[in-house]
Ligand binder design. Structure first.
Ligand code: HEC
Length: 111
């Protein structure tokens, strides 16, 4: 009996792993992320898959992933701190909203 146990666990984790890795954000989460960015950042940044930023120097959000991993913005969003960011409006997002914003940003990145 005991010898079968590890086999069973191994089988379970191969079934569970793809589901966990492939978990995609819900449409609601993506819409929330988009709405927050539109409200707080859209005056300067292009937040969609197309379009130019209203402020010339502000990078379009769909290009951020070309410079660094989107996850690296998590802390900045939560703490309201963005280095090298002039005229930065005050903002800080709770963990739920940061998750929504990160999920949205990932969904629009250009490859
Ligand atoms: C008042 C206009 C304005 C607003 C509002 C604004 N930004 Fe920016 N942002 C800029 C400008 C201009 C730059 C380019 C700064 C530079 O490259 O020196 C920039 C750059 C950035 C960068 C790139 C920084 C880097 O180091 O590469 C990120 C990320 C960013 N903004 C995120 C945001 C987020 C998230 C919001 C909303 C919560 C936001 N910005 C709101 C003007 C703005």
């Amino acid at each position: 009996m005991r010898t079968f146990f590890p086999v069973f666990v191994a089988a379970l984790s191969t079934i569970a792993a793809p589901a966990a890795n492939g978990a995609s954000p819900s449409p609601t989460q993506l819409r929330r992320g988009e709405a927050l960015l539109k409200r707080d950042c859209g005056a300067c940044h292009a937040i969609g898959r197309t379009g130019a930023s209203p402020v010339k120097d502000a990078p379009a959000f769909r290009t951020l992933g070309q410079r660094y991993p989107i996850e690296s913005l998590e802390e900045a969003l939560a703490e309201g701190f963005m280095s090298g960011h002039p005229d930065m409006p005050e903002f800080s997002f709770d963990a739920h909203d940061v998750g929504a914003i990160i999920a949205y940003l990932k969904s629009i990145q250009q490859r």
